[in-house]
Write a protein that binds this ligand. Sequence first.
Ligand code: SF4
Ligand code: SF4
Length: 167
Amino acid sequence: MEPSENIQVDFDLAAELAPFVIGGSAYACFQCGACVAECPTAAHVEGFSPRKVVLQILLGDRESFESEDALVWKCSSCFTCLERCPQGVRPGELIAAVRNWLVKKALVPKQLADIYNAVRKEGRTVPRSSAIDRRRKELGLPVVPDAPVDELKSLLPQLDRGKKEKK
Ligand code: SF4
Ligand code: SF4
């Protein structure tokens, strides 16, 4: 969204995000940029800015978020921006809210979806293998117990990228 464009504010987006917001409020943001100054992701990822994310929420700029590769997925959740913001906007938590909203739409980067589904299926991020078990034994490490996968599956809905989540 460029400053020169005619902007139609979509107020519905803030309402959709509201159930996912734990703390903070985009409405208090006066766009000072203090959150950007020490954001490690903004320093390394072109185009990423917590200030801009807050503005996009305020404007209801869905197009900036509705993608599996949306920049909000680059946030490292360090929460430095929460400490820097003079207005209590808590941009990092608003970014987390946008991400949770995107999960409901199954718009998740492939790597994250793979990790999530691995945890759901096996209770671990790295699949069990006989090679790993053998190496652990050689190193004198204890056998890793099986995870309660039935319980995990009841807690974590299947996440298929591009499809809404299902039980
Ligand atoms: S520091 Fe707070 S008020 Fe300033 S731009 Fe960032 S979110 Fe907005
Ligand atoms: S929580 Fe995200 S947006 Fe906030 S400072 Fe850390 S990386 Fe930047």
